[in-house]
Ligand binder design. Structure first.
Ligand SMILES: Cc1cc2nc3c(=O)[nH]c(=O)nc-3n(C[C@H](O)[C@H](O)[C@H](O)COP(=O)(O)OP(=O)(O)OC[C@H]3O[C@@H](n4cnc5c(N)ncnc54)[C@H](O)[C@@H]3O)c2cc1C
Ligand code: FES
Length: 263
């Protein structure tokens, strides 16, 4: 996976904040230095206010980057995200990024990019879809959620849905949807899977891809303190070439890893 480039820590103003579901908000920040060099899969570490509560920054994938701005798709799950989602236009925040590696856009060995996401894992897919489409790749989005209210297709095209309760699209998991579509996808050319979502979903998608002989890359999450390799808070176990396992720092060698490396 491509490595990160220059990281900057800048004061960025909130340009717009728009709630798109009961607990998810799109937040656009003015930060040309990050926007210009960001790649799909990168994330930023945001200090959600200027106090020490919360003390640590919070990591968010880059949902979109253009015209000197980045947009984040933020789901409220605790204090930090609640504060961030309440920020109004004009609020200034410290934003560190772009951090981490990125999805590999340059691979020539596929015709169709299958973007598989679940819940807030759909956040990085808009930026990824835009860059893949600019390279002439066909893109299919498979999006999963518990119910239709959890689906976040904002800005995406070619979407197919899966819901656990059957309230929208395929009745079942996004993996079930992927399995049902693989015969037609492979008949049309070579697919490559790009996935982001809850860890159990990513494990299942990576295992399925391996067994089906389809290349995959997955964007993982972990607790992150610093976001650039200092605190060792983000260590995860991945498979090693010798058949054993090794520990990596997800903020530096991830968040995107080859699906074949998932333990
Ligand atoms: C590389 C990376 C990219 C991310 N991208 C996005 C994104 O684009 N949009 C988005 O909304 N969120 C994203 N997250 C998750 C986001 O960082 C957390 O939701 C956020 O830090 C929670 O902060 P909080 O203060 O609101 O919650 P806290 O008060 O810190 O936690 C509230 C509860 O949620 C749990 N929790 C905290 N972080 C996570 C997590 N990462 N996964 C599961 N449970 C968690 C805690 O254990 C606790 O139970 C990303 C995380 C990583 C590591
Ligand atoms: S988040 Fe601190 S080392 Fe990775």
């Amino acid at each position: 996976m491509p490595r990160e480039s220059t990281i900057t820590d800048i004061r960025a103003a909130v340009a717009a904040s728009r709630r798109i579901s009961r607990d998810v908000t799109l937040i656009t920040l003015d930060c040309p230095l990050i926007s210009e060099i960001a790649e799909p899969g990168n994330f930023v570490n945001v200090r959600v206010n200027d106090t020490t509560q919360p003390l640590l920054r919070r990591p968010f994938s880059i949902h979109d980057a253009e015209d000197g701005q980045i947009t984040l798709m933020v789901k409220e799950i605790g204090k930090g995200t609640e504060i961030f989602c309440r920020c109004t236009a004009g609020t200034e925040l410290s934003v560190l990024g772009p951090l981490g590696n990125s999805f590999s856009l340059g691979a020539e060995d596929f015709d169709t990019a299958v973007l598989v996401s679940g819940g807030i894992g759909t956040a990085p897919m808009r930026f990824l879809e835009k860059r893949l489409a600019a390279r002439g790749k066909k893109v299919v989005n498979l999006i999963g959620g518990r119910t239709k209210d959890d689906l976040l297709p904002e800005g995406l095209t070619g979407c197919r849905f899966a819901t656990d309760d059957g309230s929208e699209g395929f009745h079942g998991t996004v993996l079930g949807l992927l399995e049902s579509l693989v015969p037609s996808l492979t008949a049309e050319g070579t697919p490559r899977i790009f996935a982001c979502g809850p860890t159990p979903m990513l494990r299942a998608v990576a295992r399925f891809s391996r067994e089906a002989g389809i290349a995959s890359e997955v964007s993982l999450e972990s607790v992150m303190g610093c976001g650039f390799g200092i605190c060792y808070g983000c260590s995860v176990e991945v498979s090693a070439p010798d058949g054993g396992t090794k520990t990596i720092l997800l903020c530096r060698e991830g968040p995107v890893i080859d699906g074949g490396r998932m333990v």
